[in-house]
Design a protein around this ligand. Structure first.
Ligand code: UDX
Length: 436
């Protein structure tokens, strides 16, 4: 099969490289000349474990190419994937679909054969209908069917998620669309990955409903964590206790500083917008969005508490370990670390941070924060350490060294990666999330 991937960002590049690895002939297209040049040189635009190697081996095997020309890239393609960004539109939270529609128009003008056009970008319900309309009105004489195929890739684990998905969702309106998609995913069929065929609008909604549900699960356990702190319970044991119930499941019940990233914050807002447009309120999701937003600064206040409270904190120094919204990525979008740092600097606290991958992107976003070369440099002479992202490198810090370097042995663990008993036994004043 010949596949064109329009948009070589996170989703497009991972999907393109994985399809090529299945044996398809893939062309990744992007308007950004410097990005394509760098990809030709083997330089990845994002940090994702295993991606550089996967791209390299498939380029060498001749199955993966890159171009800035959409016309060239889609020539002979059986399936043309749209994987461009759908950021939150300024002001109203609606997904900005201008990039998706611009691609649909260009595809319509340049289509040289029958093809299936697949929206992989996360798009609100009804976008597929609009893409189909744009293509039909483009005057093309070729048969073209628009299919929705949302991605469920987690950053940092994207290649594994793509190759061994829990399910593949295909929203198609005709047999042509279903047949082509069956061929595209045949290698995964053989792995017995379940594939769910639904109508296009249902598929579009599945993506938003899945992300909103996961965001709800996280927010639920975060509020339970707050309650645990008040009543003297342990949220990790609560998670285990409820997660063993198959109807609930153990995943996405880790309490922490709130969800961030490129998907949950944007997709929950977009779903609220759709619900409002259709006059069908989703009050649970409204609450989730509000609670999560408030939580990030609340975590900053937790660190202030550890410094002796708002007034005592002024002039003190905090080492922030971890800036990205989660480990194994350099993505800073909506990262809780931004709000935590802001809350601290607003109160006159000096913040020195270290992150294994995120500092370059974080720097311009956090001008008041000083970046350190390693965790110990950040910790030196600080009044407290706050662990904000659970990078593996922070799971086994040399705690004796940490204690010696700190002015006062205070550690706030917003990801619950250390055991409270051990930390206290070592002489730390230790605080975490939802644990006694
Ligand atoms: C998510 C979805 O998992 C993926 O299916 C979708 O396609 C894109 O959005 P991603 O944003 O990469 O993926 O990260 P994920 O691992 O889901 O974590 C999202 C956020 O939730 C992070 O900030 C993470 O720290 C937080 N989280 C996750 C928790 O606080 N607790 C948990 O138990 C799980």
């Amino acid at each position: 099969m010949k596949i064109a991937m329009v948009g070589s960002g996170y989703v497009g590049l991972v999907s393109g490289a994985c399809f090529a690895d299945f044996g398809h002939d893939v062309c990744c297209i992007d308007k950004d000349q410097s990005k394509i040049d760098r990809l030709h040189d083997g330089v990845m635009p994002i940090y994702e474990p295993g991606l550089a190697e996967l791209v390299d081996s498939n380029v060498k095997a001749g199955r993966l190419t890159f171009t800035t020309s959409l016309k060239e890239g889609i020539a002979d393609a059986d399936a043309i994937f749209i994987a461009v960004g759908t950021p939150s539109r300024r002001g109203d939270g609606h997904a900005d679909l201008s990039f998706v529609y611009a691609v649909a128009e260009e595809v319509g003008q340049n289509l040289a054969n029958d093809a299936v056009v697949v929206t992989k970008s996360t798009v609100p319900v009804g976008t597929g209908d609009e893409v189909q309309r744009i293509l039909s009105e483009s005057g093309t004489s070729h048969k073209v069917s628009v299919v929705s195929n949302p991605e469920f890739l987690r950053e940092g684990a994207a290649i594994g998620d793509f190759k061994r998905p829990d399910r593949i969702v295909i929203g198609a309106e005709d047999e042509f669309g279903r047949d082509v998609m069956r061929e595209v995913y045949r290698p995964l069929f053989l792995n017995e990955s379940p594939i769910l065929f639904v109508n296009r609008r249902t598929s579009e909604l599945i993506k938003y409903a899945a992300n909103a549900f996961l965001a709800t699960k996280i927010t639920f356990i975060n509020e339970i964590a707050d309650l645990c702190e008040k009543v003297g319970a342990n949220v990790q044991d609560v998670s285990r206790g409820i997660g063993m119930d198959n109807r609930i499941g153990p995943k996405f019940l880790h309490a922490g500083p709130g969800y961030g990233g490129s998907c949950f914050p944007k997709d929950t807002l977009a779903l609220l917008k759709t619900a409002e447009d259709y006059d069908s309120p989703t009050r649970i999701i409204e609450a989730v969005v509000k609670v999560n937003e408030g939580r990030k600064r609340a975590m900053g206040r937790k660190v202030l508490e550890a410094l002796g409270g708002h007034d005592e904190a002024r002039g003190k120094k905090v080492a922030l370990l971890g800036l990205t919204f989660k480990p194994d990525t350099d993505d800073m979008r909506d990262s809780p670390a931004i709000a935590v740092a802001q809350t601290l600097t607003d109160c006159g606290v000096e913040v020195v941070a270290y992150d294994p991958e995120g500092m370059e992107i974080a720097k311009p976003m956090m001008p008041e924060v000083t970046m350190a070369a390693d965790p110990y440099e950040a910790i030196e002479n600080a009044d407290a350490v706050a662990i904000v992202t659970e990078w593996d490198a922070f799971r086994a810090l040399d705690l004796n060294r940490v204690k010696t370097l700190l002015k006062t042995p205070v550690l706030v663990d917003l990801r619950n990666i250390y055991r409270a008993d051990d930390m206290r036994a070592m002489g730390f004043t230790y605080d975490s999330v939802g644990r006694p």
